[in-house]
Design a binder for this molecule. Structure first.
Ligand code: 2AM
Ligand code: CA
Length: 254
């Protein structure tokens, strides 16, 4: 299996586990105020990490729940075993597994699986992006007033994004706040959303989604308009045409 096939297979297997456990009684804890973790997050990560130890024993791993596992080569897997944990805890079916592979510091493969939507998004560097095996591209929307845009709020740090949320609500066709950054990026990649932005996301929230957006013809930048890189403090993903209009909108005073 190549790295893209591995990413897809791990995301699907872990997503199946999340789906199976969704209706069972769950153990839900707060890592920090309003930042949840469930037994399903941990089981999903254990499954993925175990498989990677078998399939890619020399690689490093960065997982949301287990942190860093150092390997001996320049390959690193970046995993969110359950993106959208708050949704999952409430049985709102918008959540996913995100698996990305980086080689020599470059994202080369990414997969996002949303089990309740039965959607697998995938991309390989230079190989395009797909949804359920079919090629996808970003939307052609050219004006903010025709755009469906999406954002998110980090638990406990919502104020920082409130003005942006108000501006976009006044100017765009509509704004969504769906609670899974990885799936929000996948939705930009397949043209459901025209733009997505958020502050302070972690590498595991976005690594796979950024590659999928880029391979679908979209553009990812920071909210300052700079080149985005893993660990950046903000992220704006658009269909490219809307990048400058969205940057202006999110900067302009009300
Ligand atoms: P999670 O469900 O994996 O925690 C919500 O807008 C997005 O923010 C989700 O992708 C969510 O991912 C993420 N998120 C929640 N808490 C976070 C934290 N403490 N740091 C970074 N991202 C977080
Ligand atoms: Ca998570």
């Amino acid at each position: 299996m190549d790295v893209l096939e591995i990413a897809v297979s791990l995301a699907q297997e872990a997503g199946g586990l999340l789906r199976e456990r969704l209706d069972a009684p769950r153990d839900i804890q707060e890592k920090h105020a309003r930042d949840l973790v469930t037994d399903a997050d941990r089981a999903s990560e254990a499954l993925i990490v175990g498989r990677l130890h078998e399939l890619r024993p020399q690689s490093s791993i960065l997982g949301e729940e287990t942190g860093v596992t150092n390997g001996s080569n320049d390959e690193r897997w970046i995993i969110d075993p359950l993106d959208g944990t708050t949704n999952y805890a409430h049985r709102y079916p918008v959540f996913c597994v995100s698996v990305a592979c980086e080689q020599a510091g470059q994202l080369v493969a990414g997969a996002i699986y949303a089990p309740m939507l039965n959607e697998i998004f995938a991309a390989g560097l230079g190989r395009g992006a797909t949804r359920n095996g079919q090629p996808i591209t970003v939307a052609k929307t050219a004006e903010v007033r025709s755009a469906l845009v999406c954002t998110g709020f980090l638990p406990g740090h919502g104020e920082r994004n409130m003005q942006n949320f108000v501006r976009a609500s006044c100017e765009a066709q509509a704004v969504r706040r769906d609670g899974s950054a990885a799936l929000d990026l996948a939705s930009v990649a397949c043209g459901r959303f025209d733009a997505f932005w958020e502050f302070d996301l972690k590498p595991w929230d976005v690594a796979a989604g950024v590659l999928i957006v880029r391979e679908a013809g979209g553009v990812v930048a920071t909210l300052e308009g700079d080149a985005w890189q893993l660990g950046a403090a903000s992220l704006l993903a658009t269909n490219s045409t809307l990048q400058q209009p969205m940057l202006r909108l999110l900067r302009d005073p009300l």
